[in-house]
Write a protein that binds this ligand. Structure first.
Ligand code: ATP
Length: 808
């Protein structure tokens, strides 16, 4: 029912509203009334609250109900806000002109809008916009559908963390969970915390190929998308992908390396790379960063393409200038296939197609762009220069394209001419010099005579309206002509629509070729963009080899905001320990190494003077305090989970970055864990870079351990950082000095210094004591039990622990 007050039955308009509304229970129904989309009853209150609108009331004879609305011309902006707030929108439009309606205007739901199923350019982000579905079975099936481009893919995963990785990588706008997951409250709670996106429901009936979990996920996506698209759906063939076919880049790495999202509101890797000029190019670059390649062949092929644009600057500039004028052809192709392209879309298509021959001219035939000149000619002939947004606005078909339309328009022009000439004719005939022809919505065309000439008005003039000092009249012939004009206008509208639909149908026939063009152009865009970045910022082409050798490497993001000190690194399956004071640049050095590897494996040039890299199978990071407070876990817990994942997965071909592991717990536990971890990764021969403040580690007796330190020097005013990476371990940690520089009160700094000295002295004293007791003892006179106890005691002493706290 409708919230409201009154005794009578609902007025017809509200009845129609309630009927439509009840058909879409999960949606907010926006109901067209003239120039507004209205909500009534409780939905009106929700809408008003959400958007801060004025709540009014719709009142009829004996019923009144709350009412709120948004102007149709501002629909996009409001819809975007509502979708962001978590509303699903059902848009009910008037589907017949109000003048032609007998009684109540017919209304139908013409669009269902949800964040994950949008096709409207104005509402879409420039990024890929995924709807995801998750189901269980013989693993976790996850599938993604971008309704705006038709991209459709999925994979079967073992384990929840792999699932979260895939979801994090794709950042879906909306997620469908299978019933068994939806009903699992603990799962849903965890899921919501990780992914604050809209969760929606759909039937999970299996469709397509593959394992059951995946088929269920596919079925759910198709069912939901079909429901929101009113049955019309344009979806590419399903692509089963294997995350194992790409460089492993867990969620923690994407976050720590700030690939897509900054940690502290600064720039991202994507941000500094994104010199693309088209939306499909931008999406492709993102896809590449999500899925770096494992194999050399395709990477060299990409690098060749980038290199050509690096070498040929004029070509690059020319291509980029042209690309800039292209529309989002990928999404346009989808709207064509959905029969949803607007006149403006077709005009944009025409503009884009005009650019293709120019691009071919620049690049030669080798780009392989499909020939779409036939479609271009058709669009040029059919559409006016600046067509309106909606077909119903009329005036979109060019003169001379359709003979029927031309004939109707000529007839209409003649009808209009009759009224244009009418004034002169009647002035002449009646001799009334002030006689005028006018028009208004109520009376249509009329003849107007001012008071002084009332006496000269001919007999056949029929009065229609009397004003203070003038009279308005009409003539039977005028009425007849007017009706004819209306008829013609309606016919023209209909004919224009027919012609437009036919043109659109022809364009739709080329959608596949258009998609192919869009794909090639997106690649071109990415190659040109990567080349642009390489030239502007001095990147070099990486080589793939057996070892890692970077000369004068830089951090691609940090170097953009501060003068940067380049550094070298050479390693081959070693454990490299990086020490140095806080703020020296350890983290930056670690990250830049991983970013250079990542760039190389998407086929980009890299910020270094020279770079030879192995092909990594994974990039793992344990960096910084990326605490999962939302997930309800402590910093230390998250840290250990990330470390556990690394130990589970990393191979001799993996790049592993560890930044101060073990900080979140007692320093003894911390050293112990860090040591054990260093040993394990050393054993495994991963490419490990380990930044640490634990000096104990630098002295570990491991054959493939290499020490580096980031240089700093103590001077008058405090520490000076050179950000220079040098061989060997750091000489001391300077923690207290950095604290002083950070502005800790002098008395606290002095006290810390004193404590540090005392502790160092005590440690030396303790070691002496241990030594003395060892020397004094006679092993032959100890029982095994006494020997064991003594060992524990000595060890506890050496570590500075109270006696009895060490157990084994
Ligand atoms: N090679 C470099 N050239 C110029 N500036 C640098 C360089 N490396 C680091 N920096 C700057 O120095 C600052 C500290 O760097 P970073 O965070 O890497 O230090 P850190 O040694 O890891 O510190 P902490 O031990 O406190 O984590 C950053 O602001 C960074 O911009």
């Amino acid at each position: 029912m409708l919230k409201g007050e009154g005794s009578g039955p609902l007025p017809p308009l509200l009845q129609q509203y309630v009927e439509l509304r009840d058909r879409y229970p999960d949606y907010l129904l926006l109901f067209q009334v003239g120039d507004f989309y209205e909500c009534f009853g409780e939905d009106a209150e929700r809408l008003a609250r959400a958007l801060g609108l004025v709540l009014t009331h719709k009142t009829s004879k004996d019923f009144t109900t709350p009412m709120a609305g948004i102007p149709i011309r501002a629909f996009d902006a409001y819809a975007e806000r509502l979708l962001k707030m978590g509303f699903r929108l059902a848009v009910a439009d008037q589907v017949e002109p109000a003048e032609e309606a007998e009684g109540l205007v017919r209304r139908e739901v013409t669009q269902l809008l949800t964040p994950g199923t949008l096709t409207q350019e104005a509402l879409l982000p420039r990024e890929a916009n995924y709807l995801a579905a998750v189901a269980t079975g013989d693993g976790w099936g996850v599938a993604f559908l971008d309704v705006s481009t038709g991209e459709f893919k999925g994979t079967l995963l073992q384990g929840k963390s792999a699932l979260y990785d895939e979801l994090f990588r794709h950042r879906p706008a909306e997620v469908l969970l299978a019933p068994e997951l939806r009903e699992n409250e603990a799962f849903v709670a965890e899921f919501r915390k990780r992914f604050p996106v809209m969760l929606s429901e759909a039937p999970f009936d299996p469709e397509g190929e593959g394992p059951l979990a995946l088929r269920r996920a596919q079925g759910a996506l198709l069912a939901y998308a079909r429901a929101t698209q009113g049955g019309a759906l344009s979806v590419r063939p399903f692509r089963l992908y294997d995350p194992g076919a790409f460089v492993r880049l867990p969620e923690a790495s994407l976050k720590a390396l700030e690939v897509f999202e900054p940690l502290r509101g600064r720039d991202t890797l994507f941000g500094v790379l994104d010199e693309t000029r088209t939306a499909p190019g931008r999406r492709l670059l993102q896809a590449w960063l999500r899925h770096p390649l494992l194999e050399r062949g395709p990477l060299e092929a990409r690098l060749d393409r980038v290199e050509r644009f690096v070498r040929e600057g004029a070509l690059r500039e020319g291509v980029r200038r042209l690309l800039f004028r292209l529309s989002d052809l990928e999404r346009l192709a989808t709207r064509l296939e959905l029969s949803r392209a607007s006149p403006k879309d077709l005009a944009a298509l025409r503009r884009s197609l005009e650019i293709l021959p120019e691009l071919k001219g620049l690049l030669g035939e080798e780009v392989g762009l499909p020939d779409l000149s036939g479609l271009l000619e058709e669009l040029k002939a059919a559409l006016v220069e600046e067509p309106p947004l909606k077909v119903s606005e009329g005036g979109l078909i060019r003169e001379g394209y359709d003979p029927d339309l031309d004939a109707l328009r000529r007839a209409h022009a003649e009808g209009v001419a009759y009224f244009l000439d009418l004034e002169a004719r009647e002035k002449e005939r009646t001799g009334i010099p002030t006689l005028k022809v006018g028009y208004n919505a109520v009376f249509g065309y009329y003849l107007e005579v001012t008071r002084p000439y009332y006496g000269q008005v001919p007999q056949e003039y029929r009065p229609v309206q009397t004003l203070k000092d003038r009279q308005r009249y009409t003539l039977p012939e005028m009425k007849e002509r007017e009706r004819e004009l209306y008829r013609l206008e309606a016919q023209i509208r209909r004919r224009e629509e027919e012609v437009f639909l036919a043109v659109r149908e022809k364009a739709k026939g080329q959608a596949e070729a258009l998609r192919e063009a869009a794909r090639l152009l997106a690649e071109l865009d990415v190659y040109a963009a990567l080349a642009e970045v390489a030239v502007r910022h001095g990147y070099t082409r990486p080589r793939f080899g057996e070892r890692l050798r970077i000369r004068a490497g830089r951090h691609p993001v940090v170097e953009r905001r501060t003068p940067f000190v380049p550094n070298d690194l050479e390693m081959a399956g070693e454990l490299v320990l990086v020490t140095g004071p806080n703020m020296a640049g350890k983290s930056t050095f670690l990250r830049q190494t991983a970013l250079i590897a990542l760039l190389a494996q998407i086929g980009s040039f890299v910020p270094a003077e020279e770079a030879e890299l192995p092909l990594f199978d994974g990039i793992y990071t344990r960096i910084g305090a990326s605490d999962d407070l939302a997930g309800g876990k402590s910093t230390f817990m998250v840290e250990m989970e990330e470390v556990a994942l690394i130990l589970k997965e990393a191979t001799p071909n993996s790049l592993v970055l560890l930044d101060e592991v073990g900080r979140g717990t007692s320093s003894l536990d911390g050293v112990a864990i860090a040591t054990a971890l260093a040993e394990a990764l050393h054993e495994r021969r991963c490419y490990t870079l380990f930044a640490t403040h634990y000096f104990e580690l630098t002295a570990l007796a491991l054959p493939r351990l290499k020490n580096l330190h980031v240089a700093a020097k103590e001077e008058e005013g405090g520490l000076v950082f050179y950000h220079q990476v040098l061989p060997g371990p750091a000489s001391k940690s300077y923690g207290v000095e950095v604290a002083a520089m950070a502005g800790l009160p002098k008395e606290v700094v002095d006290r810390a210094r004193a404590l540090l000295q005392a502790m160092a002295a005590r440690r030396e004293g303790v070691l002496e004591e241990v030594l003395e007791r060892l020397l004094a003892l006679d092993p032959d006179r100890l029982t095994p039990l006494e020997a064991l106890r003594l060992l524990h005691e000595l060890k506890a002493l050496a570590l500075g622990l109270p006696l009895g706290s060490m157990k084994g």
